[in-house]
Design a protein around this ligand. Structure first.
Ligand code: PBG
Length: 356
């Protein structure tokens, strides 16, 4: 059947799908012929669905979760309405629910008690620390969900930085040595992917070599390759109580004005052995996502970060936007920009929306 045939109102066409203002057949016009009528492909939902270029799928989503010490508690994060820090027992319920909704992966972030923080992030490579214990418990309770663990010092750092501080500076190579230990402990606990979010130079290569040397050849690396020094991380730092105690992160995270540098960072991480590369934040960096997708055949991830989440939640709470529609539009636009995978606190909401 040709499109001109289907564009006539026929009894077989379900009436609910027809836009009453656009019935297809029109009186002869005196206008000169219009050769291309792009609106023809937008006439009904079935048709729009058929020619749709990109779609958001639950399998694209990675669900970031906050874990804390203790039992039977969940604490709300005020700047991230609907997000909680869970004790491990309740976290397991959340992970089960997510998996049942079709979410295939989670990313774990710990809230570390103050007395366990120090400048060198010693707790980050404690084999019995909160993250290794959580990974083991999740892998036992929900063996098929993929677990991504965060490699960085900030949740463990008394200075709130992603690296070791000396005289107000962030040391690179000394930090990488700690990140390697952290990644090995996470691999040992059962992490499927380690995800360095610290932006130290050379860390992907150092982690890859160490994993391979210890036999963890199948543990992957999701590299936060183009991670910008962004004000959009504010609510996340509230959630983990991990804000820098002095200064900012601009000597290691990228300058918001740069895009070519993102490609350089991605090239380095690929050369060093990254399996998946990421752009973070997502919404204000769509051009970077697009360029990186053109540049590599590796899967590209985008992190729909805490500030992006908070903005939608805040406007929705005011009744100023339609929350569900804005969530779907926003995440779909990340797919259109080129993201294969999206880390998002909306993962469960999206799974529910896509079901109905
Ligand atoms: C730190 C880290 C941050 C986020 C993920 N890992 C914050 C930062 O770099 O200060 C932010 C995630 C979010 O805002 O949702 N290694």
């Amino acid at each position: 059947m040709s499109l001109t045939e289907t564009s006539r109102l026929t009894p077989q066409t379900p009436l609910t799908e027809i836009d009453p203002a656009d019935s297809g057949h029109q009186a002869k016009s005196t206008m000169p012929a219009i050769v291309h009528r792009p609106r023809r492909l937008r006439r009904t939902e079935t048709l729009r669905r058929m020619v749709r270029e990109n779609s958001l799928r639950v399998k694209d989503l990675i669900y970031p979760l906050f874990v804390m010490e203790g039992e039977k508690q969940q604490q709300s994060v005020p700047s991230m309405p609907g997000c909680y820090r869970y004790t491990l027992d309740l976290l397991l319920d959340e992970v089960k629910q997510a998996y049942e909704l079709g979410i295939g992966a989670i990313a774990l972030f710990p809230l570390i008690p103050h007395d366990q923080k120090d400048n060198v992030g010693t707790e980050s490579y404690n084999p019995d620390g909160l993250i290794p214990r959580s990974v083991r418990a999740i892998k036992q309770a929900v063996p098929n969900i993929l677990v991504f663990t965060d490699v960085a010092l900030d949740p463990y750092s008394s200075e709130g930085h992603d690296g070791i501080v000396q005289d107000g500076k962030i040391l690179n190579d000394e930090t990488v040595a700690v990140l390697v230990k952290q990644a090995l402990v996470q691999a040992e606990a059962g992490a499927d992917f380690v995800a360095p979010s610290d932006m130290m130079d050379g860390r992907v290569g150092a982690i890859r070599r160490a994993l391979d040397a210890e036999g963890w050849i199948n543990v992957g690396i999701l590299a936060y390759s183009a991670k910008y020094a962004s004000a959009y991380y504010g609510p996340f730092r509230d959630a983990l109580d991990s804000a820098p105690k002095f200064g900012d992160k601009k000597t290691y995270q990228m300058d918001a004005a740069n895009a070519k540098e993102a490609i350089k960072e991605v090239e380095l991480d690929i050369a060093e052995g990254a399996d998946i590369v990421m752009v973070k934040p997502a919404l204000a960096y769509m051009d970077v996502i697009y360029q990186i997708k053109q540049h590599t055949n590796l899967p590209v991830a985008a992190y729909n970060v805490s500030g992006e989440y908070a903005m939608i939640k805040a406007a929705a709470q005011q009744g100023w936007i339609d929350e569900k529609k804005v969530i779907l539009e926003t995440l779909t636009s990340m797919k259109r920009a080129g993201a294969d995978l999206i880390l998002t606190y909306f993962a469960k909401d999206v799974a529910l929306m896509l079901q109905s």
